[in-house]
Design a protein around this ligand. Structure first.
Ligand code: 5GP
Length: 115
């Protein structure tokens, strides 16, 4: 387990536009947004660098991440038009920060398949 930039954001050691936090997760705006709404939701634990590291005991945490995504989608006005929740796993899928994170993207039409 290693420290990373997202855990530093979670500990308020480096600045970010935090839009939600509780004892389990922190949500903040992506520094390089790919849509009008682009929020990242991370767990506070350092134990899950990638989706491959997820354990059965993390299932409530992951469910909580989705509930936070749903709440934020409503708050940011993208729930009705539609939004996308994305978790990139490992470099081949585009993961660049090795702290589990869910992208919540919305506010523009989304193509499929994703690039
Ligand atoms: P990944 O490519 O790992 O799935 O997503 C990482 C995301 O984190 C990228 O969309 C990138 O723009 C964002 N990001 C990287 N460093 C920072 C940072 O220091 N602050 C914020 N708010 N976002 C970051």
């Amino acid at each position: 387990m290693t420290d990373n930039i997202f855990l530093k954001i979670a500990r308020h050691e480096i600045p970010a536009n935090i839009v939600f936090e509780d004892d389990r997760v922190v949500a903040f705006k992506d520094i390089n947004p790919q849509a009008p709404v682009h929020i990242l939701i991370i767990p506070r634990t350092e134990a899950i660098p990638t989706l491959n590291d997820l354990k059965p005991e993390n299932k409530d945490l992951v469910g909580h991440m989705f509930l936070v995504a749903k709440k934020l989608a409503a708050e940011f006005g993208i729930a009705e038009d539609g939004y996308r929740c994305v978790i990139n796993c490992n470099e081949g899928a585009g993961q660049s920060v090795f702290q589990l994170h869910m992208h919540v993207l919305g506010g523009r039409p989304m193509g499929w398949p994703p690039g």
